[in-house]
Design a protein around this ligand. Structure first.
Ligand code: NAP
Ligand code: F7E
Length: 335
């Protein structure tokens, strides 16, 4: 279907955090659906639009910062969106210990600023908040579902719990169509290099192409429910197509250790992870989230959402992309 003949043609969506992993997949998805997409970017001394390659020319970028209320109000007034996706955050858990106040400003209070901008400038807009399985932290039950109590283990998890509850509160206080997706870890070849899956797949590619010999990691026993980011942005959109706003867990229902991730990734290039991985206490966290495993049965029943990419397919896709990128770089250098 061409974007023009789509039932969503003429609808406007505003995305904060558009330069991030999820922002790039969501903009591609919404543009394909026929939406006019407005991406919020913050000022930076050099552009970082790599993930938007291919869609950059088909969307409108607006400058605003989650730390600055007036800039958000202006962006909302210009875009007049039907749907707002709040994906911007300081999203790296270890940084939340070294920069706890900044993390709270972006990841917690920033949500209130975006909600206020919506309430004041585009009150009919539907709102999506990027909540996180990190809110479950030291888990009270397994698998984790919408009703599982929160017990966050990092300043990031605490900030996300605030963002989650302020979203619920604006729904209840002002009748806003505000939904919260409690998303478990989701990855892709566009994942930031510091997150463990990408650190592993990029490290494997560097070792396989002779750039490195060793990969230093922290806790190999941590278990995560890892899915593919391309699947997860579809769930965000589905939440905003429902008559009623609500909260949904989005997960695969499978959990794997960091060690298993190493095993799959190194095997993909014919290597044994034991020969290359070294444990480094610098990557061990002050408080760990040992086990995450999500129950997405509500999302499946109400949204008709299901993941399409398995853990093995995901990690192999990421290794292949990292190897191909390094080989292309090498070929470019030689030519
Ligand atoms: P990401 O790649 O780290 O992207 C974060 C985005 O937020 C970037 O575009 C960043 O812009 C922007 N940002 C940060 N601070 C900002 C500020 N003060 N003002 C405006 N923009 C700001 O994150 P992601 O993996 O795509 O995740 C998207 C959202 O989902 C985040 O809120 C994250 O916490 C949440 N989440 C992620 C996962 C996951 O597994 N990926 C799971 C659950 C929830 P710059 O490019 O300028 O830095
Ligand atoms: O760590 C362990 C680490 O940094 C996963 C964010 O998107 O998902 C993400 O948060 C696990 C942890 O993601 C290294 O201790 C071992 O147990 O990839 P990660 P995260 O902390 O789970 C949630 C849902 C979000 O919302 C967040 O925004 O891997 N681990 N060794 C390591 N982790 C890293 N980063 N680096 C290591 O060397």
């Amino acid at each position: 279907m061409s974007a023009k003949s789509s039932p969503h043609a003429g609808r406007r969506a505003l995305i904060t955090g558009v330069t991030g992993q999820d922002g790039s997949y969501l903009s591609e998805f919404l543009i394909e659906q026929g939406y006019q997409v407005f991406g919020v970017v913050r000022r930076s001394s050099s552009e970082n639009f790599e993930r938007l390659e291919g869609v950059r020319e088909r969307m409108t970028l607006l400058h605003a910062d989650l730390l600055d209320q007036s800039s958000l109000n202006r962006a909302m007034a210009v875009a007049q969106p039907h749907e707002v996706y709040n994906l911007a955050a300081q999203s790296f858990v270890p940084t939340s210990w070294s920069e706890p106040v900044l993390t709270a400003q972006f990841t917690a209070i920033g949500v209130t600023r975006v909600l206020e901008a919506v309430r004041q400038m585009a009150p009919e807009a539907r709102f999506y908040q990027a909540s996180s399985s990190e809110m479950f932290g030291k888990v009270h039950e397994t698998p984790q579902r919408e009703s599982t109590p929160f017990h966050p283990r990092s300043p990031y998890g605490v900030a996300k719990a605030y963002g989650h509850y302020i979203t619920v509160n604006y729904r209840e206080s002002y009748g806003m169509h505000a939904s919260s997706g409690i998303l478990f870890n989701h990855e892709s070849p566009r994942r930031g290099l510091e997150f463990v899956t990408r650190k592993i797949t990029h490290g494997v590619a560097r070792i396989a192409t002779g750039h490195d010999k060793v990969l230093r990691l922290g806790n190999l026993d941590a278990k995560r429910d890892w899915g593919f980011a391309g699947d997860y942005v579809r769930a965000m959109w589905l939440m905003l197509q429902q008559d009623q706003p609500d909260d949904y867990v989005v997960a695969t229902g499978e959990t794997h250790t960091v060690e298993e991730c190493c095993d799959v990734a190194f095997r993909r290039v014919g290597l044994d992870w034991r020969q290359h991985v070294q444990l480094d206490p610098a990557f061990v966290r002050p408080a760990e989230v040992d086990l995450l495993l999500g129950d997405a049965s509500k999302a499946e029943a109400k949204l008709g959402w299901k993941p399409t990419v398995s853990f093995r397919q995901l990690i192999e896709m990421m290794v292949d992309a990292d190897v191909a990128a390094l080989e292309a770089k090498g070929a470019h250098k030689r030519s």
